[in-house]
Write a protein that binds this ligand. Structure first.
Ligand code: ZN
Length: 78
């Protein structure tokens, strides 16, 4: 039991040392150049937020792959 606690502390220490050795801007998964994907609620396609068609409805922003999907969305009763 005590061994497990020590092993856990050791792993935590290694993790903290590794973390402190990294540059301030963290791992590649969080890099700014990775485009954020949003889902088109009409055709369920994922589109990069930069190139998506944005429609504001009831204070909420919705994203679409094309004008067609945006138009279809605006025609649906809500
Ligand atoms: Zn679409």
């Amino acid at each position: 039991m005590r061994f497990l606690v020590l092993a856990g502390l050791l792993l935590a220490a290694i993790w903290m040392i590794r973390r402190s050795m990294r540059p301030a801007s963290s791992g590649p998964s969080e890099s700014a150049d990775t485009a954020k994907l949003v889902q088109d609620p009409i055709c369920k396609t994922y589109v990069p937020v930069d190139s998506a068609i944005q429609v504001n409805k009831q204070g909420k922003t919705h994203y679409f792959c094309s004008d067609r999907c945006a138009a279809a969305f605006q025609q649906t009763p809500d």
